[in-house]
Write a protein that binds this ligand. Structure first.
Ligand code: SF4
Ligand code: SF4
Length: 185
């Protein structure tokens, strides 16, 4: 039976062939067999739509704009698009994602007859202003996540929730009304 070495061991053989006493094949039958990847290999990342809150931290961190965020305020949608063709596998997105939605994989094959195969889209519902009904810049999931991670017993969570679901204009209007009524100083 042919002994197959892990990838990192094969690399060592390539560097110092004179040190190798064994006659071991350094190529594999890929693509007919699966290629063994080292555990630290950075493949194409993937977005878990269940964990994503649409915060955009990954978009801000991505050097080649492989991730973009779009707002469709007509339909109340915030859209995160990942294009693996632009990805340089730096994993900045994985490092900054607060929820673990951006995940590393061992997938390296990106050859495809259709560029669409390399695109992942995650859509989120935008939160609505509870006073005027306009869509906010934030997703409902973003607000709920923020409320979830706020420590209990320190902040007025109900007050924060109420103001988080107001647009900038309505928040200003409410503040002015509270000052007029003497509720806020
Ligand atoms: S791995 Fe790097 S290049 Fe690829 S999507 Fe993440 S931040 Fe962008
Ligand atoms: S950083 Fe994570 S949670 Fe935020 S938009 Fe990107 S994938 Fe989603």
């Amino acid at each position: 039976m042919v002994e197959v070495l892990p990838y990192t061991e094969k690399l060592k053989l390539w560097r110092r062939p004179e040190e190798s006493k064994k006659r071991i094949p350094v190529t594999t039958d890929y693509p007919f067999v699966e290629v063994e990847k080292p555990p630290e290999y950075r493949g194409v990342p993937h977005i878990d739509p269940e964990l994503c809150i649409g915060c955009g931290a990954c978009v801000n961190a991505c050097p080649p704009d492989a991730l973009i965020m779009e707002w469709d305020k007509e339909n109340g949608v915030k859209r995160l698009t990942f294009n693996a063709a632009r990805c340089i596998r730096c994993y900045r997105c994985v490092e900054v994602c607060p929820t673990g939605a951006m995940q590393g994989t061992l997938r390296f094959e990106v050859a495809t007859p259709s560029k669409e195969d390399l695109v992942e889209v995650v859509e989120h519902r935008l939160a609505k202003c509870e006073r005027c009904g306009n869509y906010l810049d934030f997703t409902e999931r973003q607000i709920e996540y923020m409320l979830k991670i706020l420590p209990d017993g320190i902040f007025d969570k109900e007050g924060i929730r109420r103001r988080a679901y107001l647009c900038k204009e309505c928040r200003m209007r409410e503040t002015v009304e509270e000052v007029k009524k003497g509720e806020l100083r």
